[in-house]
Design a binder for this molecule. Structure first.
Ligand code: HEM
Length: 174
């Protein structure tokens, strides 16, 4: 991963503090906040917020705060779920304590690859089918661009594509 910026701030004492981490990379922006404290070599706390925006997978948000424990040879993260604008969920739980029953459990629900994608501009389909991409093999289909389709035909194609390949639209109410 090509990390562009990484900002971490911690407020408080070792025994009780709040931390905020922000990261921007080529294809992903992420922000996490956690609160907790270090007692007898073990950090116990909560992951309070987590926001991830990935170029292809879109925006994911932490559904509810989740407890975390970090110590020597011990990492436990209670079931933590991220929710996507399309209502897809990604949950995981980690329990590593150096025992045979150590586990990482990952589950996904409601994944619909058609709607998981990044948001598109409201004019996305109209622009692609009307003018295509000059200088490539992707032609403009509108009569105004020398293509075969008149305006009602372009409208009908845009309507079909919007329904057949649903994607979240920028600025639209969720
Ligand atoms: C109704 C039919 C079509 C639709 C809805 C359509 C839609 C699209 C869209 C949305 C993209 C952009 C994909 C992206 O970058 O995310 C694209 C790219 C492209 N399409 Fe089409 N297309 C159609 C027909 C065609 C046809 C007939 C050809 C070939 C003659 C073609 C050749 C291409 C090429 C070469 C690209 C890549 C352009 C580039 O970025 O270099 N498409 N098309």
């Amino acid at each position: 991963m090509n990390v562009r910026t990484l900002d971490a701030t911690i407020n408080g004492t070792a025994a009780a503090h709040e931390a905020r981490v922000e990261l921007t990379a080529e294809d992903v922006d992420a922000m996490a906040t956690a609160s907790g404290g270090l007692v007898a070599g073990t950090w116990r706390g909560m992951l309070d917020d987590l926001e991830i925006d990935e170029r292809v997978l879109g925006p994911w948000r932490l559904e509810a705060p989740s407890p975390i424990r970090l110590g020597r040879g011990v990492v436990t993260v209670a079931t933590t779920c991220l929710r996507h604008a399309s209502n897809a969920r990604w949950c995981s739980a980690l329990d590593v304590q150096g025992r045979p029953e150590d586990s990482l459990v990952v589950s996904a629900q409601n994944f619909d690859l058609a709607t998981l994608k990044t948001e598109i501009d409201p004019e996305y389909w109209r622009r692609w089918v009307t003018v295509g991409k000059p200088g490539t093999l992707m032609p403009g289909f509108a009569a105004t661009e020398g293509g075969p389709l008149d305006e009602p035909q372009i409208n009908s194609l845009v309507e079909y594509l919007t329904k057949a390949y649903p994607r979240p639209v920028k600025g639209a109410k969720r």
